[in-house]
Ligand binder design. Structure first.
Ligand SMILES: [Zn+2]
Length: 379
């Protein structure tokens, strides 16, 4: 056949998703089933890639007797902080030294991104075990790489999602509440970004992804407050599923076209400010949604103004940041904000997927007016 049209490859979901309270105590059983799945006699020697806090929380949930009985060896790589070239070099060395059969990524978004990337580069199966509900990194086939200073550097699209994803709600419950709130901010962005980038698509799978993003938004608007007030309750588990799983599924089904727009571009710009390092990914993204809506309002979009007012009330209820001040940037200078706006508008930025031209001055105006009342316009 000639002139065949090839659509983009999709990495939709982990091959296996296992969830439950205390499920980590069954890790031996699941690693053995993985070794059958990937056709290795191994799965017996697992290299654990984790951050320091995640490592102790993870170890506390394991049943060492079943791991020993199954002759499964867990080797802990040096703990890492971020997904940087230096972390990757450290892990390459650990893999060369220990020759593991499988990588276990245990941690938050940055650690999981590193573990996925190193597993791909080393042609090893990967099991992701999120220790927070702050991002959908345990699900996705994407790794974001940061500079040693913590600024967003570049992302890598991976050919497939993890071989296995293990969600132990008891483990996630050990993380600070703030991480779940940040995860809600990151997940709710799916609707505001996907509806802009792909809301007019006539492709079946993209339509489905955008509608899932709408459902995800509605679930979060309805259930987040109750979930935060009742950790480990049934509704809390549903909100964890929303941020950790459904948000990932939307990215998988929608593919590259359905991913980030201005909210994440603003996040990426903010990562270049050292003062913003103390805030979480989803917190910056949540603020970025408000900036994106302001940009749409500047075009006369009344729906964006209504959405922003709705989100401001929601952010108040659950504690997401609404302003630069809330992000710890009360003393940011105009020059620094101009730098963020310029980085946000670089030619390869996702902000240019907005359906109109976006220039740094507009981004700057939007960044400082996220809470302004409806009806005030910038000409
Ligand atoms: Zn994100």
């Amino acid at each position: 056949m000639t002139n065949a049209e090839t659509l983009p490859m999709l990495a939709i979901a982990p091959a296996q998703l296992l969830r439950g309270q205390g499920i980590l105590s069954q890790l031996a059983e699941h690693l053995l089933s993985l070794s059958e799945q990937v056709g290795k006699q191994g799965g017996k020697k697992a290299l654990v890639v984790s951050g320091a806090a995640a490592k102790s929380a993870f170890e506390a949930k394991l049943d060492t007797s079943t791991l020993e009985a199954a002759e499964i060896q867990l080797i802990y790589a040096p703990t890492i902080k971020g997904c940087t070239e230096a972390s990757l070099a450290t892990l390459h060395h650990a893999i060369a030294t220990h020759q593991p059969d499988v990588i276990l990524g245990v941690g938050g978004g940055k650690v999981l991104d590193t573990a996925k990337l190193i597993a791909y580069q080393s042609k090893l199966p990967i099991v992701t075990i999120p220790t927070t509900a702050a991002t959908c990194a345990a699900w996705t086939a994407l790794s974001n790489v940061y500079t040693p200073a913590g600024a967003f550097d570049y992302d890598v699209s991976l050919p497939r999602c993890p071989n296995m994803m293990l969600v132990d709600y008891d483990l996630i419950a050990t993380a600070p509440q703030r991480t779940l709130v940040a995860g809600i901010g990151d997940a709710i962005a799916k609707w505001y970004e996907a509806s802009v980038s792909s809301g007019h698509s006539d492709r079946t799978l993209v339509i489905a992804a955008v509608q899932e993003a709408r459902i995800l938004r509605d679930i979060l608007l309805q259930k987040s407050e109750e979930a935060i007030q009742n950790p480990q309750s049934a509704v809390w588990q549903e909100v964890v599923d929303a941020t950790v799983c459904l948000a990932g599924a939307i990215g998988g089904l929608g593919g590259a076209n359905c991913r980030t727009v201005a909210a994440h571009a603003i996040h990426n710009g903010l990562t270049h400010l050292p003062q913003a390092y103390g805030t979480l990914h989803g917190e910056k993204v949540a603020y970025g949604i408000l900036v994106q809506l302001r940009l749409e309002e500047f075009q006369g979009n009344a729906l964006a103004a209504t959405s922003r007012q709705q989100l401001l009330k929601f952010y108040d209820r659950i504690g997401l940041p609404k302003t630069l001040s809330d992000l710890g940037l009360k003393d940011v200078t105009l020059a620094e904000l101009e730098t963020v706006a310029a980085i946000t508008c670089q030619p390869n930025s996702d902000i240019h997927r907005m359906p109109f031209e976006v220039v740094p001055d507009r981004v700057l105006a939007a960044m400082v007016s996220t809470t302004c009342p409806v009806g005030i316009t910038v000409q």
